[in-house]
Design a protein around this ligand. Structure first.
Ligand SMILES: CC(C)(COP(=O)(O)OP(=O)(O)OC[C@H]1O[C@@H](n2cnc3c(N)ncnc32)[C@H](O)[C@@H]1OP(=O)(O)O)[C@@H](O)C(=O)NCCC(=O)NCCS
Length: 252
């Protein structure tokens, strides 16, 4: 089995285009690398060293599911609700310096210079990935990136941000769910709109367009196929496509 070290990961990420000060949202599969010496922590360390103290690393720590609805609303405790997005984000969110956004389905955790700014308004998001969510805010930075570590386009949450900007009719459930959130040992309730899970997507349809426009770079680290995509490029390009054809991202 291929063995990968944190040093190798850092060197490859730098060559790919991540640098000091970058803000990067990371979707990941630990097993995609082969064997990583030091496991999830080694990858997290490599990411944080690559962006340095002026940069910020963000991971999705999602907790939502297709079973939630206004009649079956979510509950969320940022300290204790596990995420389903993998070992790397689950390890990351437990670091003492990580700040996790207070959102009942689409929370994200961040470490770095803009961690507070990226996460602080998510609890006021009407839709999960709107402009004040970490996904929307990332795309407001010129040096914001989405990094895919061994996972494909189906993981790119920023596409949901674009669907929310475009008002995609298939994307949201009707009405509001009254979610229960734990804040400093107390429970509060807030109203949120929830994603609708009924429409299969084909986000991969955008990859050739991104390659053509030069907003995606690729490399291999160990056995893992790694893609770095410019976040503003994702939003601009996909929004243009959705305005021309509102079902661009749908499977049919
Ligand atoms: C679902 C998903 C996380 C599964 O990936 P995975 O590599 O199988 O699982 P994880 O990343 O959680 O890593 C854990 C696995 O890594 C492997 N592993 C453990 N230690 C390891 C090490 N040191 N080196 C390499 N692999 C290791 C094990 O197989 C482990 O699985 P196990 O816990 O069942 O033993 C991944 O495919 C995915 O979809 N990630 C993106 C999720 C996302 O961001 N979604 C957003 C949706 S909008």
């Amino acid at each position: 089995m291929t063995t990968v070290t944190a040093d190798q990961i850092r060197t490859r990420l730098q060559r790919l285009g991540l640098s000091t000060g970058s803000r990067v949202l990371v979707h990941s599969s630990l097993s995609s690398f082969g064997h990583v010496e030091g496991g999830a922590d080694a990858i997290i360390d490599a990411l944080l060293e690559t962006v340095g103290p002026d940069g910020t690393v963000v991971v999705p720590t999602l907790t939502g599911s297709e079973f939630l609805s206004p009649d079956n609303p979510p509950t969320f405790d940022p300290d204790n609700s596990p995420c389903w997005t993998g070992r790397i984000p689950e390890t990351f969110r437990k670091r003492p310096e990580a700040i996790r956004s207070l959102h009942p389905t689409h929370s994200a955790a961040a470490i770095g210079a803009d961690a507070e700014e990226l996460t602080s308004d998510h609890t006021f998001s009407i839709t999960p990935c709107d402009e004040v969510s970490p996904y929307g805010k990332l795309a407001q930075y010129e040096n914001g990136y989405v990094l895919l570590l061994g996972v494909d386009y189906e993981s790119v949450t920023v596409f949901h941000h674009v669907e929310e900007l475009a008002g995609s009719e298939y994307h949201m459930q009707k009405g509001f769910a009254k979610a229960t959130l734990s804040v400093g040992g107390e429970e509060i309730q807030r109203r949120y709109m929830l994603h609708s899970y009924g429409t299969p997507r084909d986000f991969a349809v955008m990859e050739p367009v991104f390659i053509d426009r030069g907003i995606q770079q690729m490399t291999q680290i160990g056995d893992s196929q790694v893609r770095l995509i410019h976040a503003q490029g994702i939003v601009r390009t996909t929004l243009q496509c959705l305005r021309a054809d509102p079902r661009t991202l749908c499977e049919d």
